[in-house]
Design a protein around this ligand. Structure first.
Ligand code: FPP
Length: 234
């Protein structure tokens, strides 16, 4: 069988809290280790020749967590961007972000903007951070922009089809994910890339995110290779 590398891998990085609690540590320690696993994951994607990596870093629902945990997550994201952008830029990684970014703390927006600018045009791997993201809000944001185009007469309602609508999503520049990985064994999509995962292969592993290693990503890609994708055909 010809081995194919998925072009686009998306990851629901779940289980940081449980990983920490199992060790009697605060949840924040799990997120810290989770950020290390993010670096490992980016490096393995580079090694395997994956072109796009989308990481679910913070959902629109995560604001409901205690303020201390929200602050930890925002701080970790900023630290990751501050400490790692130069390295990413040197390896040909382009950083991108999706979500309602204008609702993030100012410093976080600034770090994201800096990382995006410093890595613009890089072609080896595009790493897309989903921050203050949910699939439903993405669709609503797209529908609002589309409705404005219709109201102003730039578009007719009968011109709207799946291709046209995809161009109104945050992800319009990139192919849909080929492989969606979820750690910690939960069998849920959790409002992630709802439109884009229509024909994506899912891979759920019981491993908690901080334990997700290079070999785990290699195993997920090998499993992807064993699947036959039919896109609704035969
Ligand atoms: C889910 O685990 C994970 C998150 C809500 C945050 C993911 C964040 C990171 C991996 C670190 C920072 C990100 C970057 C890109 C540097 P959970 O806390 O819901 O785990 P639980 O289900 O065991 O409680």
């Amino acid at each position: 069988m010809v081995s194919k590398t998925p072009r686009h891998v998306a990851v629901i990085m779940d289980g940081n809290g449980r990983w920490a609690r199992q060790r009697g540590w605060p949840r924040s320690r799990g997120h810290l280790e989770g950020a290390k696993a993010v670096r490992q994951c980016v490096e393995t994607c580079l090694e395997l020749g994956i072109e796009y990596l989308t990481l679910y870093a913070f959902s629109t629902e995560n604001w409901q967590r205690p303020k201390e945990e929200v602050d930890t997550l925002m701080g970790l994201l900023q630290r990751f961007l501050r400490d790692y952008t130069r390295d990413l830029a040197g390896r040909g990684v382009q950083v991108q972000a999706i979500g309602r970014l204008n609702e993030l703390p100012r410093e976080c927006q600034d770090q994201l903007e800096k990382a995006i600018a410093a890595t613009a045009g890089n072609k080896q791997l595009t790493t897309i951070l989903a921050v203050n993201y949910s699939g439903r809000t993405e669709i609503i944001d797209g529908v609002q922009r589309l409705a404005k185009e219709v109201a102003s007469g730039k578009l007719r309602p009968d011109e709207i089809d799946t291709d046209l609508f995809s161009r109104f999503l945050y992800t319009h520049e990139w192919p849909d994910p080929d492989l969606l990985i979820r750690t910690s064994g939960e069998m849920r999509i959790s409002n992630f890339l709802l439109w884009q995962v229509s024909y994506t292969e899912m891979y759920v592993t019981p491993k908690l995110w901080p334990d997700f290693s290079r070999q785990d990503l290699v195993d997920a890609v090998a499993e992807f290779n064993r699947r036959q994708r039919r896109y609704g055909g035969l």
